[in-house]
Design a protein around this ligand. Sequence first.
Ligand code: BTN
Length: 240
Amino acid sequence: MIGEKVIWVATLPSTNDFVKENWQRLLHGTVVVAEYQTAGKGRYNRYWHSPEGGLWFSILFKPRKQIKPTFFTKICSVAIVKALSLTEVDTRIKWPNDIYCEGKKLAGILSESVFEENTLKAVIVGIGINVNNTIPQELRDKAISLHEISTKVYDTRIILRLLLKYINQLLKRYSNEPEALTRIWKGLLIQKEGQMITFKLNDVIKTGKIVKIDDEKIILEVENQQMQLSSLEILEPRLI
Ligand code: BTN
């Protein structure tokens, strides 16, 4: 069970680093939460602002069978959307796994994998949710917190419990049917196949039609040619 063991500490540099350094001695399903992180990490080596009031935690998955690590990331992003909908906050996933509300980022996921001799040994899924924390001025046009959306003050422990409940439910339901999970995840994405999106390529803003979306890439048709897009380049989705 995910969350059977929860290690809740006041502070750590990064919960992901802690789990990555200790994955061998920690049990499958261990969750490590820090009330604040001093060196929170985002994707692409970005700094992740993690003051008190947010929910910053990492989950250790030790898969018993070989499965794509992105399976666990999708489980978590879908679980976040479902759990937050119970708190009456309507969110969507910005490809591949950012959680958005009102056009701003509410939560992010950083997945890291441990392979030994080509065998997947562990997946560490780090989740950061802006809950009651204040968003710094310089991020206010891009990021939002649950408190800002609803003016409520949330109990991060209740949100964590709810999330873990959904993660366990989704794991049980989709472990043998990962394609069905992908369909659910795709349904929650802001970006849709057939949609026009704008993106930046070598500092030039371009528009293209989404031909196909999967875990690792988005294929676009731009000026009658197909090209692959990475998440860094997406600016905004725009419906035709
Ligand atoms: C992103 O969107 O760039 C991913 C952000 C992930 C942040 C979380 S907070 C808990 C865990 N520990 C970290 O250092 N990072 C992840």
